[in-house]
Design a protein. Structure first.
Length: 274
């Protein structure tokens, strides 16, 4: 069992990392701007008040723990100041990024080309600048994460409410529990200064997803009124090798099977109690 882990930023993903991390670490802490309200389910000694915009909270981060960084690494000036103060070069550091860091393909061919970790990134994005600073100067392992779904994040709801519409745009997804497993594998086995694309390995178009959803759940969708970009097709080979090194594999590769389970839970929770 490893000694200690601190999760910086306790949003959706952290809720799934916490119970998994407890199986591997003797001590797991999590941070929030308002820990007593947002981390009420944790013991008091596990809750840490932390806000990158408030340097007076930085000293509350325990020394020498592994770190999982779960919020956008911006602004870069504060990221660098915190990295120096917290001695991040001496720690195991994993940072959650996004596949939106990759430059959209200029190719006119369809479907778009596959994108691996060597693809060009949008260095004009402040978040990408912060991630690259942490990777190059502080040996961070970067996880470029696809669209996250799971309990409480239901793509069927996105379609039902019109948040997404039918188009030829490719989308890449990852179940939050596979992401949580990946976070722990990256801390244990990830190569420092390396990037890993996090995706279930099956890019799909919103057109295909919406048509399947309508056929299986009778949820209607509309066609996008505006032309959409082609999207990306993300390669996840490096991720699969990382998980293999940890003795695990992706568990949630059948999107529609998982949507059925998520929808069932959603409908049961929506029913009035008797």
């Amino acid at each position: 069992m490893h000694h200690a882990l601190t999760i910086l930023g306790s949003g959706y993903t952290a809720k799934f990392v916490l119970p998994l991390a407890a199986q591997h670490y003797a001590q797991v802490c999590a941070t929030s701007r308002d820990p007593d309200r947002n981390l009420a389910g944790l013991r008091a000694e596990q809750r840490i008040k932390f806000d990158l915009a408030r340097p007076e909270t930085w000293r509350l981060i325990p020394p020498a723990t592994d770190l999982l960084w779960c919020f956008p690494a911006v602004p870069v000036e504060l990221v660098e100041r915190f990295a120096e103060m917290a001695s991040l070069r001496t720690r195991r550091l994993v940072v959650l990024g996004s596949t939106s860091a990759y430059v959209d393909s200029l190719s006119t061919t369809y479907p778009p080309p596959w994108i691996d970790e060597t693809a060009t990134i949008e260095l004009t994005q402040p978040r990408v600048q912060g991630e690259e600073l942490l990777r190059k100067s502080y040996n961070a392992t970067i996880l470029r994460v696809s669209g996250i779904y799971g309990p409480g994040r239901n793509p069927l709801k996105w379609i039902r409410t019109g948040r997404v519409t039918r188009s030829r745009k490719f989308v890449n997804l990852i179940h939050v529990e596979d992401l949580a497993t990946t976070c722990l594998a990256a801390i244990k086995h990830g190569e420092k200064g390396t990037i890993y694309n996090v995706s279930d390995g099956t890019p799909r178009t919103w057109d295909d997803i919406c048509r399947t959803v309508e056929r299986r759940w009778a949820i209607r969708s509309s066609v996008s009124p505006e032309p959409q970009p082609m999207g990306k097709r993300i390669v996840n080979q490096r991720l699969c090798e990382l998980l293999k090194a940890d003795g695990v594999n992706l568990r949630y590769t059948d999107l529609y099977h998982e949507l059925e389970h998520i929808e069932e839970v959603f409908l049961n929770e929506a029913e009035p109690s008797r």
